[in-house]
Design a protein around this ligand. Structure first.
Ligand code: 16G
Length: 259
């Protein structure tokens, strides 16, 4: 699997010829071949055209496109409109690094974006107060956004932050850019650690509408409690990620003292 696409894109330079199974299993097999091949290519390598790949593997162009789409959705490839498809950076977002949505998407080779659904100040109440470790009468700012990746909905996100810590946040432009950037540059609040809970859920009709997919589809529900370096809670967020677009990536290291 060492062959690489050259600028002349000769079919001989494409992924090695592998015997293709009959229809049906072809897509899955192609996915495996592409994945192994892409893993060996340096970041930024161009991927040959769908037409060349289709010819090379003796499959329909749609089959190739579908499998390339899947690799792009998994963050292994990225597309540049008008320029082609390329191997994405292999820096994956995993639990060792606390990332913002913006950083997470960039690490997957996707262009992050937001659509602000609403921002308001509310009374914490018992439940949020417990999450944010503040009193129930404290004020909280609630931000609701649809987060996009390459302009398509990826997650619906609801974030709560203590209002005292972020004066004037209601007037900030959260339709663009990163909340964590604002935390850091406007409020000198640096997120230092977070606890996350990931569960699997079916999308409700409202969530599906926001995510431009169908109700009942599987999704990840991710709750995050984020703290600054002093251990003070700065955020409680709850997000629903489309199961067909998102993968939860983890990196685990064994404690060196453990035998
Ligand atoms: C992620 C966080 C969310 C945080 C947001 C900031 C999860 C489950 N949630 O979506 O808690 O508010 O990043 O992203 O990871 P931003 O800086 O791009 O606005």
């Amino acid at each position: 699997m060492a062959s690489r696409p050259s600028s002349s894109r000769e079919p001989g330079d494409l992924a090695p010829v592998v015997e293709m199974p009959p229809t049906g299993a072809k897509g899955a097999r192609l996915q495996e071949i592409f994945e192994a091949w892409v893993a060996e290519l340096p970041t930024g390598s161009p991927i040959p055209s769908e037409r060349d790949l289709a010819e090379h593997f003796g499959v329909a162009r749609m089959t190739v496109r579908l499998q390339l789409d899947r690799l792009a959705q998994r963050g292994l490839l990225y597309r540049h409109r008008g320029r082609g498809t390329f191997v994405a950076e292999r820096r994956v977002a995993h639990t060792e690094h606390l990332t913002s949505f913006t950083e997470d998407m960039r690490a997957r080779g996707l262009e992050p974006g937001s659509r602000l659904l609403g921002i308001e100040e509310i009374r914490a109440g018992a439940q949020l107060a417990a999450r944010l470790e503040i009193s129930a009468s404290s004020r909280v700012i609630r931000i609701r956004r649809v987060r996009t990746a390459d302009a398509e909905p990826m997650a619906a996100e609801q974030t709560h932050v203590p209002a005292r810590r972020f004066p004037g946040l209601l007037d900030q432009d959260l339709d663009h850019g990163s909340l964590y950037d604002l935390f850091e540059h406007r409020y000198a609040v640096r997120v230092a650690e977070a606890d996350q809970r990931v569960t699997v859920t079916d999308l409700t009709a409202d969530e599906a509408a926001l995510l431009e997919t169908e109700a009942g589809r599987p999704a990840f529900r991710i709750e995050r409690t984020t703290r600054d370096a002093d251990g003070t809670v700065v955020e409680f967020a709850s997000s629903v990620y489309r199961g067909d677009r998102y993968e939860v990536l983890m990196h685990a290291k064994r404690d060196p003292g453990r035998h």
